[in-house]
Design a protein around this ligand. Sequence first.
Ligand SMILES: Nc1nc2c(c(=O)[nH]1)N[C@H]1C(S)=C(S)[C@@H](COP(=O)(O)O)O[C@H]1N2
Ligand SMILES: [Mo]
Length: 361
Amino acid sequence: MNAFSDRRSSDQDAAPTPSLPPGQQWAAAEKWPVVGERASLERCGPWTVGIAGRVRRPQCLTLTQLRELGWHQQRLDVHCVTRWSKPQMLFGGVPLARVLALAEPLATARFVSFIAASARRHDTSLPLSDALASETLIADEFAGRPLEPQHGGPLRVVVPGRYFYKSLKWLVRIDCLAEDRLGFWERTAGYHNEADPWRSQRYAEVNDPPAEVEAWLVGRDVTGRSIRGLAAAERMLEGLRAQSAILRDADFRRAQLRGADFSRANLSNAHFGDADLQRARFVEADVEGADFTGADLRNADFRGASLLGVTFCSSAEGQASRVARIDKSTRFDTSSLNSLSATEEAFVRAACACGGGSSAS
Ligand SMILES: Nc1nc2c(c(=O)[nH]1)N[C@H]1C(S)=C(S)[C@@H](COP(=O)(O)O)O[C@H]1N2
Ligand SMILES: [Mo]
């Protein structure tokens, strides 16, 4: 059997208690964040989805034709790679299996690639057998209503048991392929191609970091650099210049980063556990899914930063709880705090209200 199938929750009768994969946190109830692209391309004429590639009978289906293939509702837990999860989301749509059956994939078809009507022609792929075994849905409804445009309406893919980046928004084409074709995030951000949240498959392994990286660290300047899997734990990097750098999944645990400037950097899922980040600047940075447990954040500046899925107070993977050092001198936009989980938001609000010298903004 497939590793994903035992976790699915599509059975309408059984109501499984949702459980949380490692390093994930439940998003605040009633909140469904918009992640990645926010809108599709304008299209003229009715929405259609094409099925092509290694199939016997290529198709072009309207939404009405799709629905006639057997529409149903399916509940599933959604897990975003930036660490927020939502339990038992109720999608309505047609099983991918039904759609593919119509097109009759050839024996040589081993992968399926989904393509979006978006400016960058966003795509993602799955092994065909996994897509079928995991009950992938081609969805046009959420909670009994047409899917909203920013969430992929009128039509998106919903893949149970994978990080949500496998669930493509604005589906217009399904290609059956003999060889895999790496998707947009997998190619450009290094996201893991298997994406199993139960195995924390967030990023592909990095083999060879560029030789220059060490020189950049010694010079304490990575401004604008894009570095996968940066290993900088315990380094002395006071005053590091990292404006607009792309440092997803970087390891800065226990590093000395006083006064570092990460303005506008992408630090999603970065590890800052126990780092010294006094006076560090995260202005307009993307720190989604980053871990700051045990970090010293006095006088750090998070104004305009994107804080979805950030951990300040609870520790991942069940270690003893360590909390970030936050006080009145730590600056946040009050409005950005409501994208944190309920626990994290309460912690930060309480911590900001006490101690410290200068005032919060
Ligand atoms: N077309 C398209 N689909 C996409 C993305 C994207 O950028 N473009 N982002 C993916 C990611 S990373 C996630 S977490 C989910 C987010 O879906 P939501 O915005 O409905 O929450 O969509 C996935 N599908
Ligand atoms: Mo995501």
